[in-house]
Design a protein around this ligand. Structure first.
Ligand SMILES: C[S@@+](CC[C@H](N)C(=O)[O-])C[C@H]1O[C@@H](n2cnc3c(N)ncnc32)[C@H](O)[C@@H]1O
Length: 298
């Protein structure tokens, strides 16, 4: 066996022992990062190029530091984003919700759709939409100064690549309408807000490395989601969409936040790649439903 294969096998065993969920993938990605190659090119690196820094990084991962902090980047749809201390590492489940939003925006009969990403973190959702929906204009809102700095860095990095200045970063609090210098109407509001009930047990990578403001959201975890609902109804044009991510056990609760009784239409639960409930979408009709005794001015 080659030295590299041996080292990867050993590192995989150590990471598995430490409770890392995808030990082989993480060992290979750490190796690939050190050798500056893609993961699928790792085994073509010559043995004599083996670099001892590999074991330093494997030890960090063994201590449950997130892979993305160790390699300094996270992949999100077609983006490579810079991440590190102070910013939430974007997750694959959020890619699914972002893909849903991109499909809606492409289907819309609107030349230059306007989007708001509430709680942008690294800028992942906002940048992916701007990259994949060429004439969209995306307002990205973030309240945490450290996360804001990471978003700014990623937005600046991609400014000439595909997004051409169409992502505008705002320092604002999604729970305080008056702190937002954004006026509607907008075509789509999207958010992956904090949604973990205070006091829940989370894995060490999350507890120790994701920033607290990205995680906790009141006793039932729904405080920020309720604030997103309020803002979305204020900002959306009639017929505009909202998409909001939640924990896998919150599907029913979030459905009711966006229920028809609250004025929303076509409210739906959606699943992530692991078939767990993951986000809710709805349409803001802007008019009360027909048959409710209100006269519509058409
Ligand atoms: C779960 S993270 C998601 C980050 C990014 N959208 C993603 O999907 O990777 C939630 C983000 O919302 C931000 N946030 C939390 N409360 C906020 C508030 N009241 N106003 C604006 N942003 C907020 C956090 O700082 C964090 O960056």
């Amino acid at each position: 066996m080659s030295l590299l294969l041996d080292e990867i096998a050993l590192a995989t065993a150590r990471l598995a022992e430490a409770g890392v969920e995808s030990p082989r993938a993480d060992a290979e990605l750490i190796g690939a990062n050190i050798h500056n190659v893609r993961r699928n090119e790792l085994y073509s690196v010559p043995d004599n190029a083996f670099d001892a820094r590999f074991w330093v990084d494997i030890s960090r991962r063994e201590a449950r530091e997130p892979l993305q902090h160790i390699i300094g980047k996270a992949y999100f749809r077609y983006l490579e984003l810079e991440v590190g201390p102070g910013v939430f590492v974007p997750r694959p489940e959020t890619e699914v919700m972002t893909g849903w939003a991109i499909d809606r925006l492409r289907d819309m009969d609107v030349a230059e759709p306007v989007v708001i990403d509430l709680g942008t973190g690294s800028g992942a959702i906002a940048l992916a939409i701007a990259q994949e929906v060429p004439r969209s204009r995306v307002h990205a809102v973030e309240t945490d100064p450290l996360a804001f700095a990471w978003a700014d860095r990623n937005i600046t990095r991609y400014v000439d690549h595909y997004t051409a200045g169409r992502v505008l970063l705002h320092d604002g609090d999604l729970t305080k309408r008056e702190s937002l210098d954004i006026t509607g109407p907008v075509d789509l509001v999207i958010s992956n807000p904090p949604y973990i009930p205070v006091g829940s047990i989370v894995p060490p990578e999350v507890a120790e490395y994701d920033p607290p403001r990205a995680l906790w959201s009141g006793e039932d975890g729904l405080d920020a989601i309720r604030a997103v609902e309020q803002l979305a109804r204020d900002l959306l044009r009639p017929g505009g969409y909202v998409a909001v991510e939640h924990a896998d056990v919150q599907g029913a609760a979030v459905y009711w936040v966006f229920a028809e009784e609250n004025g929303w239409r076509d409210t739906r639960n959606h699943k992530d790649l692991a078939r767990r409930d993951r986000f809710v979408t709805a349409i803001w009709p802007g008019l009360p439903p027909l048959g409710d005794g209100h006269e519509h001015a058409l």
